[in-house]
Write a protein that binds this ligand. Structure first.
Ligand code: NAD
Length: 244
C-alpha cells in the first residue's frame, strides 16, 4: 500500500535543475508541500515554483548558495518556521566535473566536495530534529553510478559521490531505530544540463529521463511498509545489467 504524501513538507535542493524540477512536480501532484532550498538561478527556481503551484501544492522558495556556510546554518530553520514542520529532505543539488585527474585543481576539488558532500552532510544534521517529530521521516541523497565505479576524467566527482554514499550509509544506521528512513539513489546518465556538459558523447536517445528518477523518488517515499529499500541503482537502457 502506498503511504500518502499529502501535507508532508519536503525540502528539496537543486529544485531548479533537471531531476529537481521533475521531482518537485511529481511530489506536488501527490499533495506534498515543497521547499525549494538553494540555487543561484532565481529564474529556474521560480519556474519550478510556478509548476509546483500549477499542481495545486504549496511552495516556499529559498534561493542561496550551498557552498555558503551561513545559508546552510539557517535554511532548515527558515523552512521549518515557514511550514511549521519538515518531514522529508532530498539532497539533490550537485555539480560534476569532466577533467583528467592530474589537471583537477584544489579549488575544483574543494568546490565539488562543498556542494556534493558538505552541504548534504550539514543539511542532514540540521534536519534531524524536525524529522524526529514526523511520522513519515525520510532522507533521500542523490548519488550516482559514479559513486560505485571509477569513470575516466571524473576523479573529483567520483570521490565526492563515494563520500556522499559513505556518510549516508552511516547516517542510515544511526537513525534507523528512530523511524527515519535514509535512501540513496544512484542514477546513470540522466538527460539534464549536467550530463550534456559532463558526457557530451552520450546521445539523448537511450538516456534516463528526469521524470523516471522522479518516479523512483516517489516510489521510495510512498513505500513505508516492511520492505525497506536502502539504495536504488539505475542504469541507462544501453548499459549491461549490473554494469553501472
Ligand atoms: P542539473 O545541473 O540540472 O541540476 C543541478 C542543480 O544543483 C541545479 O538546480 C543547481 O542550481 C544546483 N546547484 C549546483 N550548485 C549549487 C550551489 N552551489 N548552490 C545551490 N544549488 C546548486 O543536474 P541534475 O542532473 O538534475 O543533477 C541532480 C543530481 O543528480 C546531482 O546531485 C547529480 O550529481 C545527480 N546525478 C545526475 C546524473 C545525470 O546524468 N544528470 C547522473 C547521476 C547523478
Amino acid at each position: 500500500m502506498k503511504a500518502s504524501l499529502k501535507g508532508k513538507t519536503i525540502v528539496l535542493t537543486g529544485g531548479g535543475g533537471g531531476i529537481g524540477r521533475a521531482a518537485a512536480q511529481a511530489l506536488a501532484k501527490e499533495g506534498a508541500r515543497i521547499a525549494l532550498c538553494g540555487g543561484n538561478n532565481i529564474e529556474k527556481l521560480e519556474k519550478t515554483a510556478c509548476l509546483v503551484k500549477d499542481c495545486g501544492a504549496e511552495v516556499f522558495v529559498l534561493p542561496g548558495d550551498l557552498t555558503d556556510f551561513n545559508f546552510l546554518e539557517n535554511c532548515i530553520e527558515k523552512i521549518a518556521s515557514h511550514f511549521g514542520q519538515i518531514d522529508i529532505l532530498i539532497n539533490n543539488a550537485g555539480i560534476a566535473l569532466n577533467k583528467p585527474f592530474e589537471e583537477t585543481t584544489q579549488a575544483d576539488f574543494d568546490r565539488i566536495f562543498s556542494i556534493n558532500v558538505r552541504a548534504p552532510f550539514i543539511l542532514c544534521q540540521k534536519v534531524l530534529p524536525y524529522l524526529r517529530k514526523s511520522n513519515h521521516a525520510a532522507i533521500i541523497n542523490i548519488a550516482s553510478v559514479v559513486g560505485h565505479k571509477g569513470y575516466v576524467n571524473q576523479a573529483a566527482y567520483a570521490a565526492s559521490k563515494h563520500a556522499l554514499i559513505g556518510f549516508t550509509k552511516t547516517l542510515a544506521n544511526e537513525v534507523y531505530t528512530q523511524n527515519i528512513r535514509v535512501h540513496i539513489i544512484s542514477p546513470g546518465g540522466v538527460y539534464t544540463d549536467m550530463v550534456k556538459v559532463v558526457r557530451p558523447d552520450l546521445k539523448e536517445e537511450g538516456m534516463i529521463l528526469p521524470e523516471e528518477i522522479a518516479d523512483i523518488i516517489l516510489f521510495l517515499l510512498q513505500s513505508r511498509g516492511n520492505a525497506v529499500i536502502d539504495e536504488i541503482c539505475v542504469h541507462r537502457v544501453g548499459k549491461q545489467p549490473f554494469d553501472v
